[in-house]
Ligand binder design. Sequence first.
Ligand code: SAH
Ligand code: SF4
Length: 349
Amino acid sequence: MVKTDIKSMTEQELEELLKGLGQPRFRAKQLFIWLQSGVTDFDEMTNLPLALRESLKETCYIANVGVERKLVSEIDGTVKYLYKLFDGEYIESVLMKYEHGYTVCISTQVGCRMGCSFCASGLNGLSRNLTASEMLSQIMYAAKDNGIRVSNVVMMGMGEPLDNFENSVRFLQLVSNEKGLGIGLRHISLSTSGHVSGINKLKEYNFPITLSVSLHAPNDEIRSSMMKINKKWNIDQLLSAIREYQKVTTRRVSFEYALIEGVNDSGACAVELAKRLKGIMCHINLIPANPVKENSFKKPDKNKILSFKGKLEALGLNATVRRTLGADIDASCGQLRSRVKEGESIDNS
Ligand code: SAH
Ligand code: SF4
């Protein structure tokens, strides 16, 4: 029998489930609170009748992640986790400390099928989608392990969240529930490589999250050479979907732009980018590209990055250069997993 992933269920769904077991409604609330507090065993749910716990054990499982490796940055305390899932797959998460609190960067898929040329997560394609409960578990583990409350979440780890749409939406609904982790949607960013049909669907939910769009290039020629998805949805189609998204949500969007030396870092690129983004309420995150072993690209030097930023600002755009956290522990997602898969040994720091 395939067991039910009970930690991915909403309170309402639990009510239905328990109704079928002849249980009163308040039990669903108790069960929901237990599950969203991160318990991993039905026996910990001491205010539920033993018979109910036993029958839940027979039909349901509580998703969890097990830590396989943990790396702590000596520079800034950033913690990177390599988690092993129940089926032996690996995913990564990163815990970062900022002035305003703790942020966890979570994975949404095992691998990724978008195959961007500069990214380690997509090197071996997609293995499978993560469940909402596996996304939640990454946050719960990091919070418990460090004895902290996580205040922000970025869906920027391995995987394309909009290619795993249903589970990502379910995750957003659960993580923001006051009876659970209670992380407000305004404190959550979802990063997409430009999945236009996903953006169109997400718009209907009108979540007050920050949509982060990995643009990385000012024209189709450059973008298609870096990102396969641009051949399916080009920049014009992507930007018009974003304009529509913004009309509905009235939220500022973020554009990610990974600067790669000699590819997308010229002054002309900055000018073209500014022109393209005209009329979109946005912020641009410049990310010095993180070299990946399997690729040969480099990040531009500091002056080049600052001059790109200066040019955008002179043209009226808001841009920041992303602070590099955990530079000593390969904090970019996908890198650790691909090294472990190759059987390379990694020392814990
Ligand atoms: N799939 C989603 C979210 C995960 S990737 C997306 O692509 O947006 C999170 C961010 O890391 C994206 O902006 C992605 O383009 C960026 N990224 C991936 N590999 C990188 C690298 N080697 N250097 C810099 N940024 C990288
Ligand atoms: Fe997938 Fe994002 Fe990596 Fe592209 S950058 S391969 S979409 S995880």
